[in-house]
Design a protein around this ligand. Structure first.
Ligand code: CO
Ligand code: ZN
Length: 333
């Protein structure tokens, strides 16, 4: 699985420009599904048919945060806007790679205090050009952060764990899955990082009875870090709440009971910020029960996001078990 993950994270796919990673995923999963298509926004939808079974939409987003060029000056320096939640603290001195292969570094205007974090408006890209005429990038070009995959053994690091690790979990689940209790839509969504746009239209098109997103979540296990219960290596996290959703309590219960029965380690997740594609599913049509299996991830949205391979493997195990049973959806009131 590490190899699969490494391959996935090294393909650049900033929000709205996911075609390279989509083509690769399609090539891998096409033989494993009954039907596959790409919708008008670019979501990849793969179906495992099952007549008369409830329809479950599983989603992981293909896009990663990046940046887009807004202006190139006479000296060939480019200004940019973030694509998704890029944090200024991670930018200066960083390197980027454009989809056309051009690489560059991020510089910053003279800073009043070197202890201050400059805003992105004060930063620029230097791709080694000396004038606007020999600058190999133009307005609208998009780039991702450049950082090689790092293998630390049990733990691995990349600039795009969010959410290529979710994509890897869905692909591996598809590879191992024999029977299921659902008609399954595996959705690899676009434009999550700019406001869950791909999943919004995918949920509309798929019309699922249930939805599960697989995405990363933050942890509280680093020095003087965020106060949060989730830790690396303690198992996949079952989301109860983030800033965008209250996970359906019936699905939370289903996930918890399934994990306990199968003796798969899990954690209960409350995230005080952020959101996932599950929000778009939950709020689609007249409402759809939705939940999230989260992969604990340190340094989310920094160019070095870290996950633990055991959590990744256990997320696949949990998902495979979940696909064998239906949740109880009756209301007690
Ligand atoms: Co993200
Ligand atoms: Zn994500």
């Amino acid at each position: 699985m590490k190899e699969l993950l490494k391959n996935l994270v090294e393909i650049p796919a900033p929000s709205g420009y996911e075609s390279q990673v989509r083509n690769q995923i399609r090539e891998w999963i096409e033989p494993l599904v009954d039907e596959i298509r790409v919708d008008q926004l670019g979501n990849l939808l793969a179906v495992r048919k099952q007549a008369a079974a409830p329809r479950l939409m599983l989603v992981a987003h293909m896009d990663e945060i990046g940046l887009m060029v807004t202006h190139v000056d006479q000296q060939g320096f480019a200004r940019f806007v973030p694509l998704g939640g890029v944090m200024p603290i991670h930018c200066v001195g960083g390197r980027v790679r454009f989809l056309n292969g051009v690489q560059g570094v991020i510089g910053v205007e003279k800073n009043p205090s070197s202890y201050e974090i400059p805003p992105i408006e004060k930063m620029f890209l230097d791709v080694g050009a000396s004038s606007v005429d020999d600058c190999p990038i133009k307005i609208g070009d998009v780039a991702v952060f450049e950082r090689p995959f790092l293998d630390l053994g049990k733990r691995v690091v990349s600039k795009a764990m969010d959410d290529r690790v979710g994509v890897a979990v869905l692909i591996e689940t598809l590879r191992q899955l024999k029977k299921s209790a659902f008609e399954l839509y595996f959705v690899f969504s676009v434009q999550e990082e700019v406001g869950v746009r791909g999943a919004t239209v995918a949920a509309f098109g798929v019309e699922p009875d249930l939805g599960i997103a697989v995405d990363v979540t933050a942890t509280g296990d680093t020095p003087k870090g965020h106060r949060m219960e989730v830790r690396l290596g303690r198992g996949p996290a079952i989301k109860i709440r983030d800033a965008g959703m209250l996970a359906d309590p019936r699905l939370v219960q289903w996930m918890v009971q399934t994990a306990e029965k199968a003796k798969i380690p899990y954690q209960r997740e409350i995230l005080e910020f952020g959101g996932t594609d599950a929000r778009a599913i939950q709020l689609s049509r007249s409402g759809v029960p939705a939940g999230v299996i989260s992969i604990p991830c340190r340094y989310v949205h920094a160019p070095s996001e870290m996950v633990d391979m055991e959590d990744v493997e256990n997320a696949v195990k949990l998902l495979l078990r979940l696909l064998q049973t239906h949740p109880r959806l009756e209301r007690e009131d």
